[in-house]
Design a binder for this molecule. Structure first.
Ligand code: NDP
Ligand code: 8X3
Length: 252
């Protein structure tokens, strides 16, 4: 029987690449995100390749909507073998003493509380079946703060700690937990961070060859494909010319 993956934030970037990778790898795919049209376009594209796809639109910050979405999955979509908690964002690069309360709340509500909500909704079913895999997308940003990263870095440190805590709490089961911590990946991440300032976003990737969403999807798929007794606990994936969240070599 084919396995099913549920991906949050599948309308763009890393999540979209995961949808493609897991679809190619033989999974049935549940794609989620807020943008209905992007979900519909991706569903159509994957279905044209013979993949079974369910598109469910909701905001991970909205616990009621997330609960309703998970609880109303059609019967043949209820067994989720792999959950990829990917939906997330950074907003702004202001110093911590000048940051926007609203941006902070959105990052914490999405990156931390949204991830927790999805885990809380789906993990119990995995425990009951004694199988499953939760892949959380953390970041190199969670390893150490960088200038202006403050709250975003803290949310990604929280993702690592929540993954570690979950792995401890699930150690008596066959359910696996993986944290994938990417470095610089060229997606819509920076356009979102700079509130649509595309010229500023482009500069983030100047002079350095960044990772792609596909590079990260490959790592997530590798972790999901490991033999059942192997738990890839954590993977840090950097561009070759990046050494940490704040150190990278850029071609002049
Ligand atoms: P993108 O902006 O390209 O994609 C972000 C995805 O998250 C979109 O599909 C978006 O969907 C979804 N999303 C955002 N907010 C919500 C929400 N409230 N509810 C549901 N879905 C939401 O960025 P990336 O692909 O780069 O980001 C994916 C993850 O990777 C994030 O967690 C990010 O922190 C992490 N990451 C990114 C890195 C990078 O350099 N790009 C490096 C390290 C980690 P929609 O707008 O349709 O809701
Ligand atoms: C995204 C990578 O270094 O821009 O998590 O914060 S970084």
């Amino acid at each position: 029987m084919k396995k099913t993956v549920l991906i949050t934030g599948a309308t763009s970037g890393i999540g979209e690449a995961c949808a493609r990778k897991f679809a190619q790898g033989g999974y049935n795919v549940i794609i989620t995100g807020r943008r209905v049209q992007r979900l519909a376009d991706l569903k159509e594209e994957l279905e044209a390749d013979g993949v079974r796809v369910l598109a469910v639109a909701f905001d991970v910050q909205n616990r009621k909507a997330a609960t309703a979405a998970v609880n109303s999955l059609p019967p043949d979509w209820q067994q989720i073998d792999v959950l990829i908690n990917n939906a997330g964002l950074a907003l702004g690069l202001e110093p911590e003493y000048e940051g926007s309360f609203e941006d902070w709340e959105t990052m914490i509500d999405t990156n931390v509380k949204g991830l927790l909500t999805m885990t809380r909704l789906i993990a119990p079913r995995m425990v009951k079946r004694n199988s499953g895999h939760i892949i959380n997308i953390g970041s190199v940003a969670g390893d150490a703060a960088y200038a202006g990263g403050n709250v975003y870095c803290a949310t990604k440190a929280a993702v690592k700690t929540l993954s570690d805590g979950l792995r401890i709490d699930l150690a008596h089961t066959a359910v696996r937990v993986t944290t994938v911590k990417p470095g610089l990946v060229e997606t819509h991440f920076s356009n979102v961070r700079f509130h649509g300032d595309d010229a500023r976003a482009e500069k983030v990737y100047q002079g350095i060859r960044p990772l792609t969403g596909t590079d990260i999807a490959d790592v997530a798929f590798y972790a999901a494909s490991a033999p059942a007794h192997v738990q890839i606990a954590e993977v840090l994936v950097l561009a070759t010319h990046q050494a940490s969240g704040s150190v990278m070599y850029r071609e002049p």
